[in-house]
Design a binder for this molecule. Structure first.
Ligand code: COA
Length: 260
């Protein structure tokens, strides 16, 4: 499928989705959110895709936020719809994606940009990256999961401070805050992310999907994460990947997972 605002490249089972509106610092307008939804939906169904890396085009920005020009005249009802639809189509969709999603944060990740990076399963930043949730400086609050995911990652006090000050932190501070797992030079970012994707892909994709579900269950209201873990653990025993993984270990050979 061809898109106006995103680029896709698949290499060795790794799909890289690049948000491509560099003149607007890759700000997320409605069309871009819809295209990202379609791209993730296709990636879910495509057996060739084992890991997704999401990044921004250019050297300046991952994503500088939701496109402010699109919602400046919205009513409360339209604002609520914007947040609800965005969360459903993109942010929660990415967070619950059954294949690993790595955010390669290559510059500004602000507002909806940081929210998108936080919806990914983990984050790697380039050393020029800057992150923040500046929404209160615009008279609004984060609406794509930021008030929920930032405290989960950095702790309540730090999230309160970041959101209230609307300030930015640099990549090293983000590392200290556990907001990103690694910081690397900008020109090494993609290769570094692909290296981690390579390690992930040696393992059972079915088990990884189950692990994502169980880990996420800890953060969902009304769901008992331990119970989800028990159920997913039990279900693993019925998969071909489990048969292959255990038999490979016992026969002292490398596993070749069928992904079923
Ligand atoms: N929505 C819409 N357009 C945006 C945008 C956003 N979130 N972020 C940047 N842009 C646009 C700018 O309007 C500008 O467009 P123009 O050239 O047509 O005027 C272009 O991207 C370049 O941005 P500019 O502000 O000129 O770059 P800068 O280097 O001076 O500043 C930032 C970079 C990231 C500090 C600044 O763009 C910014 O503060 N952006 C908004 C961040 C934000 O509040 N995000 C949360 C939204 S809820």
């Amino acid at each position: 499928m061809s898109y106006q605002n995103i680029l896709e490249e698949i290499d060795d089972n790794i799909l890289t989705i690049t948000i491509n509106r560099p003149k607007k610092l890759n700000a997320l307008n409605r069309e871009t959110i819809q295209e990202l939804h379609e791209a993730f939906k296709e990636a879910k169904a495509d057996d060739e895709v084992k890991v997704v890396i999401i990044t921004g085009s250019g050297e300046k920005a991952f994503v500088a936020g939701a496109d402010i020009s699109e919602f400046s005249d919205f009513s409360p009802k339209e604002g609520k719809k914007l947040a609800a639809e965005g969360q459903e189509k993109l942010f929660n969709y990415v967070a619950n994606f059954p294949k690993p999603v790595i955010a390669a944060v290559n510059g500004f990740a602000l507002g909806g940009g940081l929210e998108l990076a936080m919806a990914a399963h983990f984050r790697i930043a380039s050393d020029n990256a800057k992150m923040g949730l500046p929404e209160v400086s615009l008279g609004v609050i984060p609406g794509y999961g930021g008030t929920q995911r930032l405290p989960q990652l950095v702790g309540k006090g730090r999230a309160m401070e970041m959101i209230m000050t609307a300030g930015m932190i640099d990549a090293n501070q983000a590392l200290q805050y556990n907001l990103v797992n690694h910081v690397v030079a900008l020109d090494e970012l993609q290769e570094f992310a692909e290296g981690i994707a390579g390690k992930i892909m040696k393992n059972s994709s079915v088990a990884i999907g189950a692990a994502i579900k169980a880990i996420n269950a800890n953060y969902e209201d009304g769901i008992n994460g331990f119970e989800t873990e028990i159920n997913e653990f039990g279900r693993s025993f019925g998969t071909e990947d489990f048969k292959e993984g255990t038999s490979a270990f016992l026969n002292k050979r490398k596993a070749d997972f069928p992904g079923k």
